[in-house]
Design a binder for this molecule. Structure first.
Ligand code: URP
Ligand code: ZN
Ligand code: ZN
Length: 469
């Protein structure tokens, strides 16, 4: 299965690369194919897809007074088990930090640790001359995309003038400018007002980050992209109104793109409101505190988000994998939702959760591959090496069994391998299963079990986005 369609074929891998895609029954120099190779993976009755690319992860990210609980080792291992063979992780710059130092620090964290290949985006939270100059150096290093924030005052937030300057630079050097589009000034006031009213439980994280704050910021980011000519990629889109902004910009011919995440397709603010447990009471809802937040089911965001994946108003699905444990991490926000570290961990489940959209008729099989692998590769300058099964591509291949079954969650018979003490997806059942995973020609998952090595994963030096003309 490639993004352009499906067919029966044998895939021949030589070393780290795909050597040929052959008609079934083809011979190799006159010999039966199976007899001529070292290893045969029998995929009869199963789908052979390009390995998943999760272009939005935060491994070991220092954030919210703590650090994301998956290391590059545990997070990339879980990704591999779930059929993802590449991640693009965010190098964090906090104010006053030098981005080239931070970039090096991320290499130090990831080197020798990863089960699968990895690239980096760069977060810019200190837009000043030295950061802008360093963007050119990072592009030469294969970091061709830069994330800015319209929220998180004092942590990440850039004001419109700073965004303008960074976008001017992006227009100049071809970098993809990524945006966390939420109006932080509005949100900060709503949060203080809610807390003053005694509204302290996790549900109020969602009510104080309304869709208007997302729509407005998305619109503003698009205007700044239009003004400067920079390509814009809006991350973790959750509100249908923000989708409309992106669709309108695309209809006008702008290089504007949008990503959504499984949580915005499946989970709702009402689910979060109803969440309660013996252990945590209504603090249970902290398991789903992320930004942008879960949206109301009654407003129809989830339905609209699936539709946007069919119409290509939204082009791809990443996880925004940013895991925190309940114990000692999410717990920091007991009695004050604004202190709950923001993030959900899903790197292991994205391929399964999106495959379930094929089962339920929301997307087609080739579109599943396009949303989870091919478009991420093209969007972030990896296509040809990644994102497709064709000669010359890396041997990143997943054999997916449509007759298998995956029970997501923690405990006996359940799939969870991420370093978190809970699963945001507990109880989700998938009518399919990751069977075999190859990373650069090496089998790293066999019959669902991990047999890879930390340190197999290599840094991906990316080019500019292949969507730009
Ligand atoms: O809640 C989230 N999304 N945490 C990770 C940081 C970000 O804004 O992507
Ligand atoms: Zn963000
Ligand atoms: Zn993120």
């Amino acid at each position: 299965v490639n993004a352009i369609g499906t067919g029966a074929a044998d895939v021949l891998i030589d070393g780290e690369k795909i050597a040929a895609v052959l008609q079934p029954g083809s011979t190799l120099l006159g010999h039966d194919l199976a007899a001529s190779v070292d290893t045969v993976v029998d995929a009869t009755g199963k789908y052979v897809i390009p390995g998943g690319i999760d272009a939005h992860t935060h491994m070991q990210m220092p954030f919210g007074g703590t650090e994301a609980s998956d290391t590059f080792e545990t997070g990339t291992r879980a990704a591999a088990i779930g059929g993802t063979t590449s991640i693009v992780d965010f190098v964090v710059q906090y104010p006053d930090e030098n981005i080239l130092d931070r970039y090096q620090a991320w290499h130090d964290k990831a080197a020798g640790q990863c089960a699968i290949d990895y690239g980096f985006h760069q977060i810019l939270s200190d837009v000043q001359d030295s950061s802008l100059t360093a963007m050119d150096e990072l592009i030469a290093e294969g970091v061709t995309s830069f994330k800015l924030f319209m929220a998180y005052e004092g942590v990440f937030l850039s004001d419109d003038g700073q965004i303008l300057r960074a976008f001017q630079k992006g227009a100049d050097n071809g970098a993809m400018m990524m945006m966390h589009a939420e109006n932080g000034a509005i949100i900060d006031v709503l949060v203080q007002q809610a807390l003053a009213r005694g509204e302290t439980s996790p549900y109020f994280h969602g009510t104080t980050r309304p869709w208007q704050a997302e729509e407005e910021a998305t619109h503003r980011a698009i205007m700044l992209a239009d003004l400067t000519g920079a390509p814009l990629y809006v991350v973790h889109v959750s509100a249908k109104q923000a989708v409309e902004q992106i669709a309108e910009a695309r209809d006008r011919g702008l290089n504007v793109f949008g990503e959504t995440c499984p949580q915005y397709l499946y989970l709702s603010l009402e689910d979060q409101l109803g969440a309660s447990s013996a252990e945590w009471g209504d603090f249970e809802g902290a398991k789903w505190v992320c930004s942008t937040p879960l949206r109301s089911k009654h407003e129809g965001h989830q339905h609209h988000m699936w539709q946007s994946l069919r119409t290509n108003d939204i082009q791809m699905v990443s996880t925004d994998h940013c895991p925190f444990c309940m114990k000692d991490q999410k717990e920091l926000g007991v009695g004050d939702f604004s202190k709950i570290p923001n993030g959900i961990g899903s790197v292991e489940h994205r391929m399964d959760l999106m495959y379930q959209g094929v089962v339920t008729g929301q997307i087609t099989l080739p579109r599943w591959v396009e949303l989870t692998s091919t478009t991420p590769a093209r969007m972030f300058g990896m296509y040809g090496q990644k994102g497709v099964i064709q000669p010359g591509a890396d041997g990143d291949v997943v054999v997916y069994d449509p007759n298998g079954h995956t029970s997501i969650g923690i405990g006996e018979g359940r799939s969870h391998h991420m370093n978190m003490d809970y699963s945001a997806w507990e109880g989700y059942e998938i009518d399919g299963r990751v069977d075999t995973v190859l990373s650069r020609g090496r089998v790293v998952v066999d019959a669902g079990g991990y047999i890879g090595d930390k340190g197999h994963g290599r840094y991906i030096k990316r080019g500019l986005s292949q969507y730009l003309v």
